[in-house]
Ligand binder design. Structure first.
Ligand code: TXA
Ligand code: MG
Length: 337
């Protein structure tokens, strides 16, 4: 299959909408990461998403709509607390889990009785949903297990020849995926930290729980049990000061390894390694978030044998950054224990 590389003009949008109405899959930019969209009401179209990504069938997808009114079409009810969250954060980097009324394809929800819904805060994604007149099931547009794509080039690298088209809307803004919140239980639970922080949510509905993906025996969000965001080289997280970090670099270099570093300024400029990636500034964690997936993908084009990454304070957007970094590192750590 030839992948149609489209710019962000009206004509491109109508070509992409045509593909979607012919049950094909199309990648498009959102404010978080690029998504891989298909008609959420069509089993045939949705199955092409799973196929293109190599995604396990038991990991459900988020349904993207362009306006809050549309949420009603796919859920049994919107409880008061959910309505407050919708009013506060949608459109935005926020996904809400509600009870499904069964109108979306069962492959979208992976057979669950709940459905994840999001309204992207990006003119291209919303225009595309409007033009196609479809709810779009859309996971991140990467091969399963790889870092999510924040540019059209990243998408092509993973999915060229496997999807009908891609709309290039430049680099995404937030750079990490949406916050996923489940409001179907007794207490609201953040299943995945993301662009909207726990503090922001608590200002609207009071205290919420954070599901710990790495510790939970029974993951509440099916996606949490899979490996994610892995660069090709093993990634280690360094918790310590500059001197400690340098010592780790020296230790691996002494073994003949080419050491890559992902760190923010000013630390990154003070370390001596083989390849350093400047991941924003420590005083601006949103910038670190926006650059994180660039950093992970950057090292796949280098000959680094190992990547050492700085760690960040576990608050505000730092929570989402650390969640992704820990997942990117987990599997390699397990292998080394
Ligand atoms: O920012 C984002 O959310 C991006 C853009 C493209 O919108 N999408 C995204 O989709 O990150 P994906 O498929 O990579 O991640 C969706 C997450 C997975 O962890 C999945 O398990 C969870 O949401 N999820 C989806 N439906 C669910 C449901 N009904 N119950 C619990 N978790 C659900
Ligand atoms: Mg993903």
């Amino acid at each position: 299959m030839k992948t149609d590389f489209l710019d962000a003009t009206d004509r491109s949008l109508s070509i992409a909408a045509d593909y979607l109405n012919k049950q094909e899959v199309v990648a498009f930019p959102t404010e978080t990461v690029y998504g891989l969209g298909a008609d959420a009401t069509s089993e045939a179209a949705v199955s092409k998403i799973f196929e293109a990504k190599g995604r396990p069938a038991d990991n459900p997808l988020i349904v993207h709509v362009h306006d809050p009114q549309q949420i009603n079409h796919y859920v049994t009810e919107i409880p008061a607390m959910a309505q407050k969250l919708i009013n506060a954060f949608m459109p935005g980097p926020f996904t809400i889990i509600l009870r499904s009324n069964g109108k979306v394809a069962s492959t979208v929800t992976a057979g669950l009785d709940t459905v994840a819904i999001r309204i992207p805060d990006h003119p291209i994604s919303r225009a595309l949903i409007r033009e196609a007149k479809l709810p779009l099931a859309a996971p991140s547009a990467n091969i399963s297990g790889k870092p999510s794509p924040t540019t059209a080039k990243h998408v092509l690298k993973d999915l060229n020849g496997r999807i009908a088209g891609i709309i290039d809307g430049g680099a995404t803004g937030v750079g990490l995926e949406s916050t996923v919140v489940d409001v179907t239980g007794d207490i609201p639970v953040i299943l995945r930290p993301g662009g909207i922080t726990k503090q922001q949510i608590e200002k609207v509905i009071g205290s919420v729980e954070l599901a710990d993906a790495l510790k939970a025996d029974q993951p509440k969000s099916p996606g949490m049990k899979y490996n994610h965001y892995e660069p090709d080289a093993p990634l280690y997280l360094i918790k310590g000061d500059q001197a400690f970090f340098q010592k780790q670099i020296n230790y691996f270099q002494a073994q003949g390894k080419k050491v890559g570093v992902i760190a923010s300024q000013p630390l990154v400029d003070r370390l001596k390694a083989d390849i350093c990636y400047r991941c924003g500034d420590i005083n601006n964690l949103s910038e670190v978030a926006a650059k994180l997936y660039f950093a992970l993908r950057y090292f796949n084009d280098t000959d680094a044998d190992i990547i050492l990454a700085e760690t960040y304070p576990n608050r505000e957007i730092g929570e989402a950054i650390m969640n992704r970094l820990e997942k990117a590192a987990t599997n390699h750590l397990k292998q080394n224990i």
